[in-house]
Design a protein around this ligand. Structure first.
Ligand code: NDP
Length: 287
């Protein structure tokens, strides 16, 4: 039976570390503030936004909430982002995605000041990650690196296969694994022989959005399997992209869904907010 990687426990440890840092910053007169913008009332987005606000409250980060109606014009959102970019008391800005269909997500992300882009989606931060410069790293892949390290799973020199090439998970994950000196392969829906490719992995990260598609045949015995998926099965039950029952019998380590990658995303967002406050403070000193 595989080692179960407990994302809930690890994320709790990270939130406690963040809480301590926030306290120390606050004692030096540096409060940490995150502005969260939601457009419309999509129920899933409301759950995510509330979870983020709860994590802010736990760690001592001040959260400011902005709710725009579904029908809001893109200009209204851009103008709000512009105001928050200018405010010295706001360290991080997060726009909950997805946005309503009439808005251009890329334009909205690009409007956020890169120094406040705690989601790490701005092209400047994406580019920084790509060329190994400091910047914000997207929370889900950053959380996976923490899960691996804190579970004692060596990354350097290992064969890593990332299934999925999205901008928010697959691509930044591949870059982060590379930064950790892994040998990285990125697979996707057009990969010719996925079982052969994934079967080489010492560390297999799966982000396809296809419920339980990764069965034991895709996994090398003893591999660490990280399941990013948040899917619904035929009974509408939350499950991952990996068939946990089958794969936990062959893997060396595995993340469950829920309780694996999911909680890490928010913990890393809190960490990015602290990074934003520190960067902005040192920017003030240097100017
Ligand atoms: P996307 O839909 O943007 O990307 C899915 C990727 O998987 C694509 O690159 C696609 O390939 C690939 N893919 C789809 N089907 C197959 C297949 N049969 N074989 C091989 N590759 C395939 O999804 P996201 O990256 O945004 O999300 C993936 C999953 O992770 C979802 O379940 C999502 O809910 C979850 N998620 C969880 C988070 C968390 O905090 N735990 C955060 C973000 C996402 P191609 O490019 O060729 O189409």
């Amino acid at each position: 039976m595989a080692q179960i990687i407990d994302g809930k426990a690890i994320s709790q440890t990270i939130k406690d570390e963040v809480k301590k840092e926030v306290q120390e910053l606050s004692e030096k007169g540096i409060p940490v503030t995150l502005a969260v913008i939601q457009v419309g009332e999509d129920p899933a987005s409301t759950v995510y936004v509330n979870n983020k606000k709860r994590a802010c409250a736990y760690t001592g980060i001040r959260s400011l909430s902005y709710n725009l109606p579904e029908s809001a014009a893109q200009e209204e959102l851009l103008s709000l982002i512009g105001q928050l970019n200018e405010r010295e008391d706001v360290n991080g800005i997060l726009v909950q995605l997805p946005l309503p269909g009439h808005m251009d997500e890329d334009a909205v992300i690009e409007a956020i000041c890169p120094r406040k882009d705690v989601d790490g989606f701005h092209p400047q931060n994406v580019g920084a990650l790509c060329i190994g410069k400091p910047g914000f790293v997207p929370c889900t892949p950053a959380g996976i690196i923490e899960l691996l390290k804190r579970s004692g799973i060596e990354i350097a020199g290992k064969e890593c296969v990332m299934i999925g090439r999205s901008n928010i998970v697959g691509k930044p994950m591949a870059l982060l694994l590379l930064r950790e000196n892994a040998t990285v392969t990125v697979a996707h829906s057009r990969t010719a022989d996925l079982k052969e490719v994934s079967g080489r992995a010492d560390i297999l990260v799966v982000a396809t959005g296809r419920a339980r598609m990764i069965t034991a045949e895709y996994v090398k015995p003893g591999a660490a399997v990280i399941d990013v998926g948040m899917d619904r099965d035929e009974n509408n039950k939350l499950c991952g992209d990996v068939d946990f029952e089958a794969v936990s019998g062959i893997a060396g380590a595995i993340t469950p869904v829920p309780g694996g990658v999911g909680p890490m995303t928010i913990a890393m967002l809190m960490k990015n907010c602290v990074q934003a406050a520190r960067m902005q403070e040192s920017g003030k000193k240097n100017s």
